[in-house]
Unconditional design. Structure first.
Lengths: 116, 107
């Protein structure tokens, strides 16, 4: 079964850091661009970041550029999002998704809450 | 940045009726446009990519059309499971951008 499972969310204080992970299974992870998309409570979807299949290219939304870093470990079928200098407005459910031109597989999401 | 604007914000439709959702791009997105469906508490589900190609397993009652700056998602005969929020997203330019969503509710 094709599956993505996120982990690493939680409650963090403003200015703090968190690392999200996404474990992929059921497909050839190393062949796909991967993305992170977030959704603030009661709001719409916001693209956060994408990384090419090899990891050579990374793309970020302006709202997170310089604070978040996307990475992957293909031998471990894993995607990561290192989040630094967190702000209240980063509070959201974070989804990892396969692809970018039609994100066809999504995880269940992990919740990040930034609050003092 | 390409700004995606969806209309209407909420669409009230009776089961069995046709629903037409619009998505407008602030500049050309070519045919690099996807549609997603999201139900409460669930992750989004890919419906259409390339503006008009249905994703695997998506029923034929869902159809996408358009190119450039004007796009449409049509649900030909609404079923009970289709009441949800629908998002368009362009992947023509970085950053990727989503519309704000259209909620399809039961009339």
């Amino acid at each position: 079964e094709v599956q993505l499972v996120e982990s690493g969310g939680g409650l963090v204080k403003p200015g703090g850091s968190l690392r999200l992970s996404c474990a992929a299974s059921g497909f050839t992870f190393s062949s796909y661009t991967m993305s992170w998309v977030r959704q603030a409570p009661g709001k719409g979807l916001e693209w956060v970041s994408s990384i090419s299949s090899s990891g050579s290219y990374q793309f970020y939304a302006d709202s997170v550029k310089g604070r978040f870093t996307i990475s992957r470990e293909n031998p471990k079928n894993s995607l990561y999002l290192q989040m630094n200098s967190l702000r209240a407005e980063d509070t959201a459910v974070y989804y990892c998704a396969r692809g970018l031109s039609g994100m066809d597989v999504w995880g269940q999401g992990t919740t990040v809450t930034v609050s003092s | 940045e390409i700004v995606m604007t969806q209309s209407p914000a909420t669409l009230s439709v009776s089961p069995g009726e046709r629903a037409t959702l619009s998505c407008r791009a602030s500049q050309s997105a070519s045919s690099n446009l996807t549609w997603y469906q999201q139900k409460p508490g669930q992750a989004p589900r890919l419906l259409v990519y390339g503006a008009s190609t249905r994703a695997t397993g998506i029923p034929a009652r869902f159809s996408g059309s358009g190119s450039g700056t004007e796009f449409t998602l049509t649900i030909s005969s609404l079923q009970s499971e289709d009441f949800a929020v629908y998002y368009c997203q362009q992947y023509n330019n970085w950053p990727l951008t989503f519309g704000q969503g259209t909620r399809v509710e039961i009339k």
